[in-house]
Design a protein around this ligand. Sequence first.
Ligand code: CO
Length: 211
Amino acid sequence: MDDLTQLFKNNREWADSIKQEAPTFFTKLAGQQAPEFLWIGCADSRVPANEIVGLLPGELFVHRNIANVVLHTDLNCLSVMQFAVDVLKIKHIIVTGHYGCGGVKAAMSNTQLGLSDGWLRTIRDLYFEQRERLRLVEDEEVRLDRMCEMNVIRQVANASHTSIVQNAWHRGQPLAVHGFIYGIKNGHLKNLDVTVTGPEQIPEQYRLSPP
Ligand code: CO
């Protein structure tokens, strides 16, 4: 059996097992999706969004890219956010990083990877900004993990500064932006407690007036 055949075999077994437990599961879902959460996570194969938080199809809207970056010029991530907030009316945006992130590690190294170096550039800028603080951390692995946390915190800020999020607040739509980090070594998810739920938590320079 070749690699791809195995995937289709797995898929049929998965669909059958769900149908056995809940015969109307797929037909109900085909009608509509009503997720409460938008997950913005790393593309890393070890960080599968739904599995980590035990959510079924239909319960988590997902965007993933290398190192869970939220950029104000990234049409892909912004479109996902806009659709999730304006159309699906999700209540929580969860930016989830993970310890030992290869993307963050690459942004801290001098080795060239190619096109993805450009993608990771703002993490390198963050590393430069935080260099004095990080210099105090002697252990290389611990330093990388601190950077992984700081990256999540930066991306939570970036997400909450978007007009998408601020306009939801202006409309009175409840919306929170959270920062989580996942431990690849133990499977545990940790809340970094940097939740933003309103414009008063945003620096004045980033605050937008209602349109
Ligand atoms: Co990663």
